[in-house]
Design a binder for this molecule. Sequence first.
Ligand SMILES: [Zn+2]
Length: 315
Amino acid sequence: MALALRSPRFTTAPTAARFQQAANNTPTIKKGEKDKQAVRILQQALIDLHFPLPISTKKYDSPDGDFGNETHDAVRAFQRKYFPGETPDGKVGKNTLSKLDDLLPLPGAPLPPLPTSDNEDMDELAKQAVLRVLTGQFMTRIDFVYCGQEVNWGWFWTVKRNVENDIIGVRYDPIVADFGLAVYVPEDTAASAPNHIVMPHTKLITWKQRSVLVHESVHASQDLRGIPLTPALSEGAAHVAQNLYHRLATGNRVTDTNALADAVHREADRFALRILSGESSFTAAETTDLDRAIAAVPMYQRTSVGYDGVPDAIL
Ligand SMILES: [Zn+2]
């Protein structure tokens, strides 16, 4: 049976049609919803009913329209309060919307328009691509200890949660193409884009692009842990993870047209092959050849990698 919404919050163009679909469960509004304006109105409704959304309002001082974990959790909290006998599912469909419609009969305060630019949209596309990689195939099989440093699904998951919540940002920037396929920029070395993965592509179409993202996610996880690392330790672990991922996906190591970078991949791949044959832990004494290859790349000639922890990170 169709539910007729009454509150002007939910019956005003251009989002009225989307809310009416949700009220009929065709489909509900849930995590990943594409209609950002409808999500913003829902987020403001939750806030007005005292389910605060500090993360979703941090960037613009207004709901951001991303139906992520925080909004999902707030909907569940709302459902627990108003439907105590039922299992909360975090989806806004007939029952949840009907209750919101009853509780909020008056129009809400107008929402300020969000700043828009092509870059904003590109950043969002890049972020979604990063999240697809971090939750995609093979990630659970990247599991090893490199000189005492754990690289595993738990750490990739932690990076994913911080990306979802915009604590680690993702920025599209074509300039990165000049020296790599992506970089992770920690707080302490950042003139701009602190705690961001910066990449020159928005969709991560190839396995090589995805493997670079795995590499940068290792750096992001190192930063989350806040432990300063030498370039050899930082880059070594990242390259091993990258090559293991590429091996799992394609059967081959990562290659690079730059001979010095290619040599690093060749050495890192030796560890990837050992992991695939059942080894999972490597000591510093075993990493001499990879260390030497890394030391030969000018880009890695930094005295230290001062990962100092991402402020307000979710661990
Ligand atoms: Zn690196």
